[in-house]
Design a protein around this ligand. Sequence first.
Ligand SMILES: Cc1cc2nc3c(=O)[nH]c(=O)nc-3n(C[C@H](O)[C@H](O)[C@H](O)COP(=O)(O)OP(=O)(O)OC[C@H]3O[C@@H](n4cnc5c(N)ncnc54)[C@H](O)[C@@H]3O)c2cc1C
Length: 450
Amino acid sequence: VTNTSAPEEIDVLVIGSGAGGGVAALEIARSGRTVVLVEMGRVGGECHYVSCVPSKALLIAAREGVTWDEALRRRDEAADGRSDSAAVREHEKAGVQIVRGTARVTGDHDVAITFDEEGERVFRWAKALVLAPGSEPVIPRVPGLALEMTWTSEQALSSDELPSDLLVMGGGAVGCEMAQIYAAFGTQVTLVEKTDRLLAGEQPWVGELVAANLRASGVNVRAGVEATQVEHRENVRVEFSDNSRWSGDRVLLAGGRTPRTAGLGLELLGISLGDKNEIPVDARCHVMIENSPAEGVYAVGDVTATAPFTHTANAQARTVAGDLDGAGRDVQLHASPRVVYTEATVWCVGLTEQKAREARLQPRSASIDLSQVERGTLEGFKGRFELIADEHGTAIGAAAVGSGADSWATSAQLAVQFGLHVERLGDTLFAFPTLAEAVGLAARELAASG
Ligand SMILES: Cc1cc2nc3c(=O)[nH]c(=O)nc-3n(C[C@H](O)[C@H](O)[C@H](O)COP(=O)(O)OP(=O)(O)OC[C@H]3O[C@@H](n4cnc5c(N)ncnc54)[C@H](O)[C@@H]3O)c2cc1C
């Protein structure tokens, strides 16, 4: 593609319109700057159409016991039928100029956008470039695996097919949620995870409890095994590292995600990617180039591999807008919650004990079974809450598993965010009889043992 016309001059160019870039564009446009938002797919990014929102719609439908057809209807309604016209309207109303196409950096301040194979526009930004291209699924290297025959979460959450036998590869948040959904609608689900437990980044008991819950929902959970060979015939046959086999009609790849950086031309800006293939950033989301924050170049969202969630991408986007206004504050990500919306929700925040030890802290923890609080007994809820403190008694992390944990456990998040001493958290009054009493009980137990 050749382009001879002069670049179009603007203040800010944002690549990617998801939870990171879309929100950054809206926030920056408030200040009256000219903002161009480039999107090669759907305006609004993944969360609304093919990840968070449709998966939660299906999980809620599964809990309510509706039919598969009704669940699909609700999923598609929640995702606006995967039409981005509402998101386009919202951005245009805020004064953001949307340009559809694929962006690539072509110079210090220049970005070329290609569209319809032949067309190209070049923009020259004066004030800021925001890189927000998101992430993509990691594709495992298994001999015989044919990608056109397998699903990623995106395809699963867009398809109407209800497989009779499904193999989910990967026991992280996405794998657990997808296994929960399909098992609820009658699919025979096998979930394999190559490490020795599900949700391997959390406190060990969390993954064990989730595995037990998934088994109770009919999922065949197999930790410590991985696929070594795949054969696609009239069905799919998979061989595992322990020589066992599986055959069925679908394989869903849920082995994690990696920043989407290929083809962006980042090398022209001198950006070197980090160990996780991420664009390295400082606390104001400036891209780090040779250990210094680059003037006017920012990155937000999954591409920064800090905490791959919508709420973190949103927070980073607000930080960029604040920084450009000159009154910004650093983004605080140490208390970004990690939630898995399985039956018995998982809600974790801050450090695990292992991460705390890696940071040379001496963690202590107190764990409360939900049957120890009156509401848990009254409702027959199963689950647990655990609070983690450092050697000084400061709250540094928490983990909860149980119905509604993403609501009742969240007071621990403020304690971690603001470094509250467990004694003060324990002095806080939690209403009787609520599950939140488990937070107070754990805090008092930790305070007493310190
Ligand atoms: C199944 C699943 C469930 C999830 N559930 C939750 C949840 O419940 N809660 C939660 O907080 N998080 C959840 N997440 C994570 C969440 O979806 C992501 O953290 C979030 O969407 C990241 O936003 P982003 O802006 O970084 O990327 P995206 O939303 O992916 O946006 C990036 C956009 O950039 C565009 N793009 C990329 N490169 C270019 C280019 N060169 N030119 C033009 N456009 C480009 C892409 O088309 C894309 O639209 C889930 C993820 C998955 C996979």
